[in-house]
Design a protein around this ligand. Sequence first.
Ligand SMILES: NC(=O)c1ccc[n+]([C@@H]2O[C@H](COP(=O)([O-])OP(=O)(O)OC[C@H]3O[C@@H](n4cnc5c(N)ncnc54)[C@H](OP(=O)(O)O)[C@@H]3O)[C@@H](O)[C@H]2O)c1
Length: 435
Amino acid sequence: MSNILRVGVAGLGTVGAALVSQVLQQREALIARCGRAIEVVAVCARSKAKERGISLKKMAWFSDPVQLARADGIDVFVELIGGAGGPTKQAVEAALASGKSVVTANKALLAEHGMRLAALAEKHHAALNFEAAVGGAIPIVKTIREGLAGNSFARIYGILNGTCNYILTKMEEENLPFEDCLTEAQRLGYAEADPTFDIEGHDTAQKLAILASLAFGTRVEQRAIYVEGISSIQPADLAAADELGYRVKLLGVAVKTPNGIEQRVHPTMVRKDSSIAQVMGVTNAVTVDAEGIDPLTLVGPGAGGAATASAVLADIGDIARGVRTAPFGRPTAGLGPVRKLPMQRHEGGYYIRLMARDKPGTAATIATRLAEQDISMESIVQRHPAGAPAGKGGPVPVILITYATTEDAVRKALAAVGRDRVISGRPQVIRIEKN
Ligand SMILES: NC(=O)c1ccc[n+]([C@@H]2O[C@H](COP(=O)([O-])OP(=O)(O)OC[C@H]3O[C@@H](n4cnc5c(N)ncnc54)[C@H](OP(=O)(O)O)[C@@H]3O)[C@@H](O)[C@H]2O)c1
């Protein structure tokens, strides 16, 4: 067949190897759907000798991804190496500069260089597709960019990191501390040996930067995102959340406010009956609040070789069909600036857990400090540990839920409470997301 789409795959790890085998398995279905065959004609990885469970016999081997990207014999360059710089970036740039379409699953590359790469793709009339970079197999990029191209967005939020959701789920279900659940996640291969990037929220931030750009027509700007991870969450918070009708999730949230697009990643209390709260374990989910429709939640596997490769293959399928969409949904010149909104101006409800000294007047002092900042309380629960007599001066957990207020007010009130010496330790503060 003369009009075969010739694909070069750089990176034959978890996703790359799965992609090569899916292209073979889906050959007939792809011909039927795209009207032409898709073939992997060349591949690239570091080690040629490594056993990958796939036959590479009919494929040309490259040890340099930049050379593969420039090779005449391919129409599409698929980047599945990872990393934002080095040969990965050079290879993607080389492919686009030579007019080849690129498919990648690399959120780090897009979060850092998305704008430059999209402009390069535009200049050379090439596609730059990256469905797999956010939410693995969940078709959220296409949903926002194409499926909802006629809607304007108010807010988009999601569970974008399976490691964090696994840890929070395990902590909640088994009443275990964070560290134990992290160790278990590492044992199961859900968390890296160095888990910082995931648990401190940076992986979620990279994905949110991409989604925010798609939804709000702004430039991809990871530095515009406020980021807070999950390592300070304790089983006591999850138990209190449960009693109050909430669940705690690490969410990436991008929301339109009168001051601009607020982008933030932090542990978040969501109502237990909301769609996003049902998402447990390593599963990912994204909820889209768009004008004219009820909130739409897409749920699915956010990682894994086969799941991620399926999104990569769908992107290749678009290129085979001749479909080329502006990478971020509009010409790059039309993408607006985005700036980091100060978190002090964030408005919403708050969960606050304090360890209050069990002395007369403590509750009144706390209430006064909150009232001074015009913070109204939805609920206050003070709980003596089981069996402990009240009034003995030991710390007692006090759990407060506020009505909508500002972060600035909460911080000021808690600083004043701290100065009053009626609490011990640092207060725990978790933002509540309306949903
Ligand atoms: N894994 C997932 O579930 C998942 C989900 C969503 C998105 N992604 C994204 O998909 C991409 C690939 O992830 P992965 O998990 O498949 O990674 P991986 O298993 O670590 O595989 C990376 C591959 O790149 C090759 N490679 C590394 N440096 C290279 C170089 N300088 N030149 C040529 N080849 C090089 C490696 O070669 P050797 O095999 O010879 O060492 C390996 O085959 C990343 O951007 C990741 O963020 C992954």
